[in-house]
Write a new protein. Structure first.
Length: 276
């Protein structure tokens, strides 16, 4: 009887732990309310469905069950947030037959964020929304937990240390014949990210290969700088830029003091916090 009671208590405690990640989804906003996320206009991305979340705008491709392009603006004051990561992955209830967490089960791929959790940890609700499956794409762990994560941390560092708002475009590049997992989720063969300094118009882009055997790509972000027109051609997306846009050449991208970024995070969020 004691063992049975212990088991019941364990199950109840586990149930409480898991249910603590339950959250109520808010209906996407009208697209015209998303101008703050994409201030230069929504990218032209073909047959996509625009989903205006509270902190980002998705161009969702229902045929590939992927975000073809996601755009958002990261403010300096939001780049260091203290909301703990929840891992609250969930299907977007406002999308019919959309991707679900189970699509990734047993595939070996991570559920890779397009807008990272760390960029939305300034508010609990928007942190939850970072885990909507319409913000995910299949990524090998070597990319998602490697140089992709480094670029995500760098973006937060640029926002803080430049003290300027940044607008970001991010997504996967895919084509006919690419691998499919789960119930029709396409695995991109490349990933891209474009960062715009709103104050100066400076623009930098990166593109990363994502094909088997998915080698570790190291930590030299400059090696993966890519011209904007090349990203547009590969992704099939026409991005919007400010009138004073100026593309930075490889090696001209902004610098990050990662130690200072970590110290700033710990000063705000506690001694155990990390910049990534």
């Amino acid at each position: 009887m004691k063992k049975l009671l212990g088991l019941i208590v364990s199950v109840v405690v586990l149930g409480v732990s898991l249910s603590s990640f339950a959250w109520t989804q808010r209906q996407p906003l009208p697209v015209e309310q998303c101008q703050v996320h994409s201030p230069y206009g929504f990218p032209q991305a073909g047959n996509v469905q625009a989903l205006c979340q509270q902190a980002y705008l998705v161009g969702y491709d229902p045929a590939a069950k992927l975000p073809k392009v996601v755009t958002y603006t990261l403010l300096p004051q939001n780049a260091i947030g203290c909301v703990a990561r929840t891992n609250a992955f969930v299907a977007n209830q406002f999308i019919q037959n959309g991707p679900v967490p189970q699509d990734y089960a047993g595939t070996g791929y991570d559920k890779g964020h397009m807008v990272p959790d760390g960029d939305l940890s300034w508010d609990q609700q928007v942190e939850y929304e970072s885990f909507l499956m319409t913000n995910m794409a299949p990524q090998a762990g070597s990319l998602n937990r490697g140089i992709w994560k480094l670029l995500e941390t760098s973006v937060r560092g640029w926002a803080v240390q430049l003290n300027q708002p940044l607008t970001i475009y991010v997504g996967g590049i895919y084509s006919a014949g690419d691998k499919v997992i789960g119930n029709g989720v396409v695995v991109p063969n490349r990933y891209y990210k474009i960062v715009i300094n709103q104050a100066t118009g400076e623009v930098a882009g990166w593109m990363f290969p994502h094909t088997p055997p998915y080698p570790n790509l190291g930590n030299d972000l400059t090696k993966f700088r890519a011209p904007i027109n090349g990203i547009e051609q590969q992704a099939g997306v026409k991005f919007a830029f400010p009138a004073n846009a100026r593309e930075l050449q490889p090696g001209q991208e902004w610098k990050v003091d990662y130690g200072a970024l970590t110290n700033a995070k710990r000063a705000k969020c506690g001694a155990s916090a990390s910049a990534d």
